[in-house]
Design a protein around this ligand. Structure first.
Ligand SMILES: [Zn+2]
Length: 477
């Protein structure tokens, strides 16, 4: 540099007296042109080199670099580098592996097409590891699809032990129960885990079929039921069919005894009825050959609960305050729908409802609430027999008609399994909801690929996700 101290322009305090650039003037024209630089307080003129400001010597670069490196070779530099790496590590973007992306896709419940689109966008923005295959989702169901086959409108699992092996699970038929249920669009058979620790596995899906004996025959045959001998959990209509009983409101509708459903004078009074020991076609409303042993039937607590609730609402005085309150509480429902029993959960939580009940109705309602919490749910109270007895007495006083479900509580309390929560039909209802979502996604193409895809969603591939339960009690393999 030419000067020891350079010229410095500071910010002027005043534009008319202290502004260097405005106050510097040009004089003369052409060759005679000169600049007269203003001398104002805001500037400091440059100071030439002198003894006070000597010209600095240029350092010897080769020597200085060697010395710097030798001084800090193993200490400072390595510290600096490790700090840098650590810092980079903190901010380094984690690239998703295929397994992590798969679990994410499961969380988001994405269809194959949406999963592929999602993966391709993420790849585009460099969120994915290079090993991730975007097209993987097109055939994600393939490992499981091969265990299913379709004939005669039923898509079913042809090799259940094989499917379990594919899922890396040991197969023990006694750990699972068969749940059969249908809605308007389809009939499903699903394996529910006893104890409900493992996810539910759909093993058959029938379309355009009604809940009939013929359908049950097809189902039982295609699943090779005899080889597995599962316990069966289904509503009482299906259970009756599996035991070969005639459909509809028949006189002898209990599969365990010859209870006369029409002999109202005996209702709530006579407990013991002749047991069904043999199976004679045409006798006691037996129309078909039984498809399963009656010992293998699990009574469905959720269905019984809903049935008891329906019976209670039906017996309410329609002119009374309680029924009027129900009509205001469920204003969106028609009179007939309310009579059929509205949303049970909402009513169980509603404290006001009880205040509108008469004393007889209130006693019945209280015993219903008690049976829901202490017998038909996950808890079985030690004095459950008293609770059931009280419910029957209160229902009888209220004039509730005895249904088949009430008959089971009245005459076959011993037939209820020990741990009702472990083998309930409640998980089957949850399965229904999940199946509904996938049925919607497949829009009527309900074949092996849909079943395989459903199974794909039951798996977790990363450890952090594997043992996690999602809301709603969903579990994974
Ligand atoms: Zn019976």
């Amino acid at each position: 540099m030419k000067f020891g101290v350079p010229m410095i322009w500071k910010e002027p305090l005043c534009h008319t007296t202290d502004y260097y650039f405005c106050l510097s003037k040009q004089t003369g024209i052409g060759k005679n042109m000169r600049w007269v630089y203003a001398n104002v307080p805001s500037i400091t003129f440059p100071v030439p080199h002198s003894d006070t400001f000597p010209i600095p010597n240029c350092p010897d670069l080769s020597q200085s670099q060697t010395s710097v490196i030798s001084q800090s070779s193993s200490t400072d530099t390595s510290d600096f580098r490790s700090d840098l790496t650590e810092c980079q590590g903190q901010h380094e973007q984690h690239l998703l592996t295929q397994e992590e992306l798969n679990d994410w896709v499961r969380d988001l419940e994405l269809s194959k097409e949406k999963a592929e689109l999602h993966a391709s966008r993420m790849k585009q923005y460099h969120f994915l590891d290079t090993s991730v295959k975007v097209t993987y989702y097109r055939d994600r169901d393939r490992p499981y699809t091969k265990y299913y086959t379709s004939t005669d409108n039923i898509c079913f699992c042809k090799d259940i032990p094989g499917l379990f092996e594919e899922l890396g699970q040991p197969y023990n038929a006694h750990e699972w129960r068969l749940f059969i249920d249908s809605n308007k669009s389809s009939l499903k058979a699903v394996l529910l885990h006893n104890g409900n620790e493992k996810p539910s596995i759909p093993i058959a899906h029938a379309i355009n079929t009604k809940e009939s004996y013929e359908t049950m025959v097809k189902l039982v045959k295609s699943l090779n039921y005899e080889d597995h001998d599962w316990k069966v959990c289904a509503d009482l209509k299906v259970t009756g069919m599996l035991c070969g009983l005639q459909r509809g409101y028949t006189k002898y509708c209990c599969f365990l005894c010859f209870w006369d459903s029409r002999a109202r004078e005996h209702h709530y009074k006579r407990k013991q009825w002749p047991e069904r020991k043999s199976h004679t076609l045409g006798e006691g409303n037996i129309k078909y050959l039984p498809l399963i042993k009656k010992e293998n039937i699990l009574l469905p607590p959720l269905h019984i609960k809903l049935g008891l609730f329906k019976n209670f609402v039906k017996a309410l005085d329609i002119e009374g305050q309680a029924f009027a309150y129900l009509r205001t509480l469920f204003e969106n429902l028609s009179f007939a729908k309310i009579k059929e029993g509205p949303q049970i959960k909402k009513l169980l939580k509603d404290d006001k409802f009880q205040t509108y009940l008469s004393s007889v109705e209130a006693a019945a309602w209280n015993s219903f609430q008690l049976i829901v919490s202490d017998f038909l749910g996950n808890n079985k109270s030690p004095n459950y027999e008293t609770i059931v007895e009280n419910l029957l007495q209160n229902y009888a006083k209220m004039g509730v008609n005895m249904s088949l479900k009430i008959h089971f509580l009245h005459s076959h309390l011993n037939f209820f399994p020990e741990n009702l929560g472990d083998v309930s039909d409640e998980h089957g209802e949850r399965f229904h909801q999940q199946m509904k979502n996938i049925e919607r996604r497949y829009q009527g193409n309900w074949d092996e690929r849909m079943m395989g895809d459903y199974i794909w969603f039951l798996i977790r591939e990363t450890d952090s996700q594997r043992n996690r339960r999602q809301s709603g009690g969903q579990t994974y393999f």
